[in-house]
Design a protein around this ligand. Sequence first.
Ligand SMILES: Cc1cc2nc3c(=O)[nH]c(=O)nc-3n(C[C@H](O)[C@H](O)[C@H](O)COP(=O)(O)O)c2cc1C
Length: 171
Amino acid sequence: MEFMEVVKKRYACKKYDGAPIDPAQLDAVLEAGRLAPTAKDEQEHHVYVAESPEALAKVDQVTPCRYGAPAVLIVTGNAAKSFVYPGGQLNAGLEDAAIVATHMMLAATDAGLESVWVNNFNPAEVSKVFGLPEDETVLMLLDLGHAAAEGGAPLEKHTIRKPLDQLVTRL
Ligand SMILES: Cc1cc2nc3c(=O)[nH]c(=O)nc-3n(C[C@H](O)[C@H](O)[C@H](O)COP(=O)(O)O)c2cc1C
């Protein structure tokens, strides 16, 4: 798919039909995350794949936002191991994870899947429930699947975006 077509086609899908996704589709999504850039090329993010009934039940424990998706990616960043900005105030841990997650979200569209970025969870709770390493912080969950015939379409707000002149200032 042409890039702008992918960007325009992607939307937050909030109801899935529950049908499993093809392993090749999942591989394409994960590969797009693997190829994402990170600060100083540190690559200290991690992606966890929840697909088993046990793992999906744990997802349902930590967020109301799985919406019946048959697969959910959990994306973490690692502040301790990532690039620290000069001045020492900021690090690129979650920034890197967000770039990886965005690559995967767009790759999902390209692979013929719907998705939604989810941050309605307590990161510490997700870490505990899945037993994630202590130095990782959960950035987001990415629901993946096929839209339900009813209720799986884009929300009305999806097409409403501010005009460029409100979002961009030419200096
Ligand atoms: C950072 C971020 C966090 C989000 N968290 C949630 C969430 O927890 N639950 C949810 O249903 N949707 C969530 N969304 C989806 C947004 O509601 C949706 O992307 C937004 O309304 C725009 O709609 P569109 O993606 O269809 O264009 C999130 C999106 C982003 C970018």
